[in-house]
Design a protein around this ligand. Structure first.
Ligand code: ZN
Length: 130
């Protein structure tokens, strides 16, 4: 373990460097947003700030909420009670105990997943993981 004792001047210098670096980073991001204005990850519509989806695309997402199969995570139309498995999980039991998806697979989700997997759009991993 190494302990360093910084003098007051050194602390001030490091603080100035950190503030300058933060300012340059913000300026760089602002310049990037001028060159490449933020757009919706799904449809390409302009966004006011940041990345993600526009309101129209966001409303098309269908989150999977209970009731669903406790093994495959497939959504049920009606609540069949705790522990009720889907027909798919009964007919062909998977080698895993439990799987979950946050969203029902649809055209837009498929597009986003394809762009992440095959389109070199690694920034979509933030959206997919979040
Ligand atoms: Zn959109």
């Amino acid at each position: 373990m190494v302990l360093m004792v910084l003098g007051e001047d050194e602390v001030k210098a490091r603080s100035l460097v950190a503030r300058t670096a933060g300012g340059l980073r913000r300026m760089g991001l602002a310049m990037l947003e001028q060159l490449y204005p933020p757009v919706c990850d799904a449809c390409g519509a302009p966004l006011a700030e940041g990345g993600g989806l526009c309101a129209s695309c966001f409303t098309q997402l269908r989150p999977i909420t209970p009731p669903f199969c406790p093994v495959l995570g497939l959504p049920f139309e009606t609540d069949e009670g705790v522990g009720m498995l889907s027909a798919e999980a009964i007919a062909d039991p998977p080698p895993f105990g439990r799987a979950r998806a946050a969203l029902a697979y649809g055209e837009m989700v498929g597009t986003l997943v394809s762009r992440l997997k095959y389109g070199d759009r690694v920034e979509l991993a933030t959206f997919a993981g979040g």
